[in-house]
Design a protein around this ligand. Structure first.
Ligand SMILES: C[S@@+](CC[C@H](N)C(=O)[O-])C[C@H]1O[C@@H](n2cnc3c(N)ncnc32)[C@H](O)[C@@H]1O
Length: 265
């Protein structure tokens, strides 16, 4: 009898899950022990989650920036960027949109947005200086210097230095899947100010239908209703994006808007 649960019901932090996983994947035990040791070491020297995750990115990006943003190969890096780009294009992304990408990484999707948007209309922010340096390499490789994108290091998601009602699209892919709730709360508390009245903010998250949990301090699993309620607490309308579920991607997506109006409705 198989006791395999659907991925949205698994609690990856539970001892039972870890033991089952280890029994099935003995080759993964050693790397996991290495990650546990790194988690402990970095946590002891980090004052908060942003400092912690910045150190994780430093360690991962030193090996491979593409792997640091979650892609096993260059082909997967290209495909994941294409998927994000195609989705926003389908949802009406136009060259004159102004796009803020939160946690832009090494521009896996960003370079396609930059290419599509009018010069100066892309703004990428990230907490990791190492991945932002890798992002500059992507810009050079894709010959996009003339598009003059902004790439900025941040310490928090208060977005203080950005103008009000400026961005028509805000995009965060695979960022809240690495964020504790207080980071998401901070972002939702401030993103409304910089969003145009008819703009939208899309973010992906690792979805659980069971107990919310996290693995080490790197991967966080939330219930949809938790994030929808958090967005509503900050005055947004939030909806689960069913059409994203059709794509071959492990995370889910929520769109928040100032009102119930949406450009795709
Ligand atoms: C898995 S990578 C994804 C990068 C990019 N969104 C993509 O799809 O390729 C997560 C990125 O988010 C950044 N990040 C994590 N927490 C962040 C935060 N609180 N604020 C801004 N960036 C953050 C990381 O440094 C990393 O570059």
């Amino acid at each position: 009898m198989s006791e395999r649960l659907p991925s949205t019901r698994r609690n990856r932090a539970s001892l039972a899950y870890k033991l089952r996983y280890a029994a099935k994947n003995p080759d993964k035990i050693r790397p996991y022990v290495g990650r546990v040791a790194r988690d402990l070491r970095i946590r002891l020297s980090s004052r908060d989650h942003v400092a912690y995750y910045r150190a994780v990115m430093r360690s991962d990006a030193a090996r491979s920036p593409e792997a640091a943003v979650g892609s096993r190969s260059h082909e997967r890096w290209l495909a994941l960027g294409q998927m994000q780009f195609d989705y926003l294009l389908k949802h009406g992304l136009k060259p004159d949109d102004r796009l803020l990408e939160i946690g832009c990484g090494n521009l896996r999707a960003g370079w396609r947005f930059i290419d599509h948007l009018d010069a100066g209309n892309y703004y990428g922010i990230d907490i990791s200086p190492d991945i932002l340096l890798a992002a500059q390499n992507t810009l050079v490789q894709q010959d996009l210097r003339d598009k003059l994108p902004h790439l900025t290091l941040v310490n928090d998601l208060k977005l203080r230095f950005l103008p009000s009602e400026y961005f028509s699209v805000v995009h965060a892919h695979s960022v809240f899947s690495h964020s504790p709730l207080e980071v998401i709360d901070e972002c939702l508390a401030h993103v409304g100010r910089i969003l145009t009245p008819d703009g939208f903010f899309d973010f992906t998250f690792d979805r659980t239908e069971g107990t919310e949990h996290h693995v080490l301090h790197e991967d966080f699993y939330y219930r949809t209703e938790t994030l929808i309620a958090l967005a509503e607490k900050h005055g947004f309308t939030a909806r689960f994006m069913d059409d994203w579920e059709e794509l071959p991607h492990g995370q889910s997506k929520i769109r928040v808007t100032h009102s119930t109006r949406d450009r795709t409705d």
